[in-house]
Design a binder for this molecule. Structure first.
Ligand code: 13P
Length: 258
């Protein structure tokens, strides 16, 4: 596999600036020897610049959890791509299921945000995934396909390789119920097939697809050994330095550059 693993920590609405500095320092101290895994920390907006200061001169990259599709203007409470770049972000999480479920984000909005991110030079992590109800109704592939195709509408081949797709089955998020490696790989392979059809197989092979949903030190290795699983988007376990570092080390151990 020639795709470097990417392990991102989505801190969600946790950690004050002081707590963020402490957590980022602990992660930094324990990952400085790791070169093959892309490590991304996504703290809340209020901690971005503090975390940026901690991780400067390291391999760790900064990401944000949401942004506006508008670049500037009278949009009270919104944050723009320009602000995030200036705060040190390289990555941006777009379309997380919590944003879809609680803040009304649609595939169309996800697509607009993705286009803005790419135009403005941020690397998107686009989240897709089905709810338990959808899985039980055998709709997983339909939902994921719709998230992928509508989210990526109008995105050209040279841009898609900058996008990371995070497959996060909603029923596995924060529930302790990880998808089995077979369940996860099946959907990852399906996403890659969809990319091959939409673009071509060479491009599809370059796109990194992360798994998210109750990833922990005990399951990262079996997940990442699967052919189409290129990393993890970690929630709860990224709030604890020791467990996040174990996840990064697990991914690093299983990676063999080709
Ligand atoms: P958990 O790892 O807490 O299940 O959260 C996953 C997630 O939503 C990451 O974006």
């Amino acid at each position: 596999m020639s795709r470097n693993p990417i392990i991102a920590g989505n801190w969600k609405m946790h950690k004050t600036p002081e707590e963020s500095i402490k957590l980022a320092n602990e992660i930094k101290r324990n990952t400085f020897k790791i070169e093959d895994v892309d490590i991304v920390l996504c703290p809340p907006f209020t901690s971005l610049t503090d975390v940026k200061d901690v991780i400067q001169d390291t391999n760790i990259l900064l990401g944000a959890q949401n942004m506006s599709w508008k670049t500037e203007g009278a949009f009270t409470g919104e944050i723009s791509s320009l602000m995030l770049k200036s705060a040190g972000c390289a990555y941006i999480i777009i379309g997380h299921s919590e944003r879809r479920a609680y803040f009304g984000e649609t595939n169309e909005l996800v697509n607009k945000k993705l286009k803005t991110a790419l135009t403005e030079g941020l690397l998107p992590i686009m989240c897709v995934g089905e709810t338990l109800k959808e899985r039980e109704a055998q709709k997983t592939f339909d939902v994921v396909s719709e998230h992928v195709h509508k989210g990526l509408a109008g995105i050209e081949g040279q841009d898609i390789i900058k996008v990371v797709i995070a497959y996060e089955p909603v029923w596995a998020i924060g529930t302790g119920k990880t998808a089995t490696k077979e369940q996860a790989e099946e959907v990852h392979a399906f996403i890659r097939e969809n990319l091959a059809k939409k673009y071509n197989s060479e491009i599809a092979e370059k796109v990194r697809i992360q798994y998210g949903g109750s990833v922990k030190p005990a399951n990262i290795e079996e997940l990442i050994k699967e052919k189409d699983i290129d990393g993890a988007l970690v929630g709860g376990a990224s709030l604890d330095a020791a467990s996040f570092v174990e996840i990064i080390k697990g991914a690093n151990k299983c990676y063999t550059p080709s």
